[in-house]
Design a protein around this ligand. Structure first.
Ligand code: AMP
Ligand code: MG
Length: 487
């Protein structure tokens, strides 16, 4: 395509060269009448891409997949996964990676269209996506980026001009997702069950080359990879717990080896603190509830470790023993990281024997009093917002006194404590009622609330007048919030 040079695409496709059983080569299915809904200019810039001189019509052709850039090599990736604990063969059923773009600072990114039509992995699905869920992914993934949490990102959304049939006919849409890669725990699970046993080693070498080249010459690369991925996932889940994010569908196919948050389906942010919070309508037993997330991450990582056993040792028993020991180390590292994170949220430097009690007491109080998770920390940072009455509660005041006593033994000034808190506690999160409000308007053709919300979410730690209305908890009518996977 002649626009290539002007836009700045630098494709260097490597995944498409992997064994053919790991992927299917096919283009996105063209759409009828694409229309650009939103384009992420700051992300374009970060990628070294420039779309500013293109017409909306041109952009719609590009981001719908109707007009593929030169150098693209379009594929659907095969993978497997434990969905709610049950193993299934999967794959990109409605997504196409058009290629790997290498940005100016030589970082490699998958460019993927989500909602781009049927593939050999579509099973009974239509390969398509609706506008609401694609914009929802755009808002929340960009929100996560603003929060400083590793995540796939969203470059554009287009409407397809076609309807998708869900419970009712909805506007069809395609999201352009940017990821360090789409290699999942489930990709390894797929390689393990594949007929060609060589695929596991090929995927393993590919992953190390692409993500962790520093362990390429290690004597124990499989052990190193397992440890790295465990540590990345621990950091990620601790970040989720910090901001009250509930992923909602932590199946092994939705866990990225890069350590990025991936797959924004039924995810949502917790408002009222309750460790058992579940938003997803299909998560009937609370498998992916807020406080289960670390346990589930460990479970998924155990599945990853199982895949690596043959690469850890030629002797199966030895391999299993080593892998088990490493996975069992998860809990201790997680606890340490979680406490460190919670201390920061409370502005505590150093460690004190009573810290655990202090932290747990606050969480229990929030739970009992149905306090807003984000706003409680805002209150402790002297944020001015409505709904402060709850903090006159006697047991809270008692806790606060204990906390203030603990702050004194910091050895740091109160300014330093506040600074620490300010860097750990967002003032705004993508609140469910605000996200829904934005999506409702967008579905009616008004994108302004979405753009305003995105603007606020760019700098969630920064105090500005404009954030006030985004800090309020949901009105009582919104309290039974449900999210859906059938997107
Ligand atoms: P997810 O719940 O988004 O992680 O998706 C699980 C699996 O279902 C993946 O293999 C998806 O590609 C596939 N899938 C989800 N929605 C559709 C759809 N509308 N058409 C085809 N496949 C789909
Ligand atoms: Mg998925």
């Amino acid at each position: 395509m002649s626009n290539n040079n002007k836009i700045g695409w630098r494709f260097d496709n490597t995944y498409s060269k992997l064994p053919s059983s790991m992927l299917a080569k096919l283009p996105p299915t063209p759409v009828k009448d694409p229309e650009l809904v939103i384009l992420n200019h700051s992300l374009s810039k970060m990628l070294g891409l420039d779309f500013t001189n293109l017409t909306n019509k041109n952009l719609a052709s590009i981001f719908s997949g109707n007009l593929l850039p030169e150098g693209s090599d379009t594929i659907a990736q095969a993978y497997a996964g434990h969905q709610f604990g049950h193993f299934t063969l999967l794959g990109d059923g409605r997504a196409i990676v058009i290629g790997e773009h290498v940005s100016k600072n030589n970082k490699r990114f998958d460019i993927q269209f989500k909602g781009s039509g049927k593939t050999p992995y579509s099973r009974d699905g239509d390969g398509r996506a609706a506008l609401g869920p694609m914009l929802r992914e755009y808002i929340i993934s960009e929100g996560m980026f603003g929060l400083g949490i590793p995540t796939t990102r969203s470059l554009a959304v287009v409407k397809t001009g076609e309807k998708v049939i869900r419970e009712t006919p909805l506007d069809g849409a395609i999201l352009t997702r940017i990821a360090e890669s789409h290699i999942r725990v489930g990709t390894f699970q797929y390689a393990v069950v594949a007929e060609n046993k060589k695929n596991l080693k090929i995927l393993f070498d590919y992953t190390i080359d692409r993500h962790y080249p520093h362990i390429k010459n290690s004597k124990t690369p499989a052990i190193d990879l397992l440890k790295i991925v465990i540590n990345k996932q621990i950091k990620l889940v601790v970040d989720w717990m910090r901001v009250g994010f509930i992923h909602g569908v932590m199946n092994t196919d939705n866990m990225a080896i890069s350590g990025e948050t991936i797959d924004y389906g039924p995810c949502a942010f917790m408002d009222t603190y309750d460790p058992e919070t579940v938003f997803s309508s299909i998560d009937q037993y609370g498998r992916y509830a807020f406080f289960n997330q670390p346990g589930i991450a460990k479970w998924n990582l155990a599945r990853f470790a199982e895949c690596l056993v043959p690469l850890i040792s030629e002797d199966k028993n030895t391999g299993v023993q080593i892998a088990t020991e490493i996975v069992n180390g998860f809990s201790k590292i997680y606890q340490k990281n979680w406490f460190e994170m919670m201390r920061k949220k409370l502005g505590l430097f150093g460690e004190d024997a009573n810290d655990e009690k202090l932290i747990v007491d606050l969480l229990n109080w929030m739970h009992k009093k149905k306090a807003d998770y984000t706003n409680t920390f805002c209150f402790l940072m002297n944020q001015n917002f409505k709904g402060k009455k709850i903090y006159n509660d006697e047991s809270f005041l008692y806790w606060k006194k204990e906390w203030q006593e603990r702050l004194k033994i910091n050895g740091n000034s109160s300014e330093e404590s506040l600074k620490l808190m300010r860097s750990s506690n967002p003032l705004v999160i993508p609140r469910n009622h605000k996200v829904e409000e934005a999506l409702d308007s967008a579905n009616n053709g008004n994108l302004n609330p979405t753009k305003n919300l995105l603007k606020i979410l760019e700098k969630p730690y920064e105090d500005r007048k404009e954030i006030n209305e985004y800090q309020l908890s949901a009105p009582p009518s919104n309290k039974i919030y449900k999210t859906f996977c059938g997107t």
